[in-house]
Design a protein around this ligand. Structure first.
Ligand code: FES
Length: 144
């Protein structure tokens, strides 16, 4: 088992523990689900089929210290968020239909909006476009 595999397994166990304590779980969510991606210029490309039945996935990006959370919305659009908490930088975790920071308890909606402090700023959001069977996450340029 590589260090990366170990960390992913540890994250999955953590997410399952947090999700188990939540009242409103993600449908079908049993843990984190990393997918393969390809970097093309400043964009991370992910095949839409990588989602499978999962409502969200995590994607590694070379320029980001933490993975990107990508959720497929009901209308077929996608939202990509940094998992870096805007309070002090811990990695937020998907749990109960929101993203929760294990460090000081901040909570974010799946569009990045703040639900609960101490954070006062939303998660960084990356522009996403659908291009055929893939989605493109733009790492450069404006993000909120
Ligand atoms: Fe996330 Fe403090 S680092 S709540």
């Amino acid at each position: 088992m590589t260090r990366r595999d170990f960390l992913r397994r540890l994250e999955a166990m953590s997410a399952a523990a947090v999700a188990g304590a939540s009242a409103i779980p993600f449908t079908g969510c049993l843990g984190f689900y990393y997918v393969d991606s390809t970097l093309v210029g400043s964009r991370v490309m992910v095949r839409r089929s990588e989602f499978g039945a999962n409502p969200f996935v995590l994607v590694d990006a070379p320029s980001e210290a933490l993975p990107i959370f990508v959720i497929r919305d009901d209308d077929g659009s996608y939202t990509a968020l940094s998992t870096r908490c805007m309070h002090r930088g811990c990695q937020v975790e998907p749990a109960g239909g929101r993203l929760v920071c294990p460090c000081h308890g901040s909570e974010y909606a799946t569009d990045g909006a703040v639900l609960k402090g101490p954070t006062e700023r939303p998660l960084r959001r990356f522009p996403v476009s659908v291009e055929g069977e893939a989605i493109a996450i733009e790492l450069a340029g404006p993000a909120r």
